[in-house]
Design a protein around this ligand. Structure first.
Ligand code: SF4
Ligand code: SF4
Length: 232
């Protein structure tokens, strides 16, 4: 899921203060903490109050979208509402904000969130953690299932570095476990320190997935695949 953090209300207000009527769109998709209809209503109330302190009147309406990052769902859900509004404020992650600007090009959509990372949920610890940064070249078969790219602050291919003390990383003030110590511990448990000792060359950024693009139809649909191949 995408972990987001709501922007400061003053920052959101600055983006929309020149508009009189705004549509606030929550997202029921995977962004966490939840940013759905209730959160959209609360944001509308806060923006309205902020406008009043400046002697202005701001009208707003809150809606929510099943997934703002799906073009058809985003377009069909939001387009019936936009006619009477000057701008949209999105409570989705950046994917949703980009998507609304794309599928509804005649109205500007502004972000209410900062998108932080793709995180896994650890309910026992009440936390979200970035276990994978979707690099496009998964090497955790060599590292005991611990990711050195998402887990190591310096994204090292061979570690640990000299900044590790008592199993903790210098980045973050020795509060976060060193990913390379976690790898060593796990591989030792399975008598696979041969993998730990293996030298890994510099990362090959030609396999980098950023900016990402995946042709869904070519991957999953025979019909489209034939058409694409015929064109080529
Ligand atoms: S190496 Fe790490 S960042 Fe890359 S795909 Fe595997 S888990 Fe994700
Ligand atoms: S201490 Fe460990 S996690 Fe931190 S940067 Fe060095 S190798 Fe990476």
């Amino acid at each position: 899921m995408i972990i987001t953090q709501q922007k400061d209300i003053n920052e959101i207000y600055e983006m929309v203060k020149n508009y009189k009527k705004i549509l606030i769109a929550g997202c029921d998709g995977c962004c966490q903490p939840p940013r759905s209809l209730n959160e959209a209503k609360v944001l509308g109330q806060l923006l309205e109050l902020k406008a009043r302190t400046e002697g202005k009147e701001l009208k707003w309406k809150a809606i929510t979208v099943l997934r703002q990052c799906d073009d058809r769902i985003a377009a069909t859900t939001v387009s019936p509402h936009i006619e009477n509004y000057d701008a949209i404020v999105s409570l989705a992650c950046g994917l949703g904000v980009v998507m609304l600007n794309k599928v509804l090009p005649k109205i500007l959509t502004f972000p209410a969130q900062n998108s932080m990372f793709g995180g896994a949920q650890n309910s026992g610890e009440n936390s979200f953690i970035e276990y994978c940064e979707e690099c496009g070249d998964c090497i955790i078969g060599e590292t005991g299932g611990v990711c050195p790219r998402a887990g190591c602050a310096k994204h090292l291919s061979n570690g640990p570095c000299g900044g590790m003390v008592d199993g903790k990383c210098e980045v973050g003030g020795y509060t976060i476990p060193c990913a390379w110590v976690q790898m060593w511990t796990r591989l030792k448990e399975f008598n696979r320190l041969d993998l730990f000792k293996k030298y890994r060359g510099p990362r090959d950024y030609r396999t980098s997935t950023s900016p990402s693009y995946l042709t869904i139809y070519k991957e999953y649909t025979n019909e489209k695949e034939e058409k694409v191949e015929a064109k080529e």
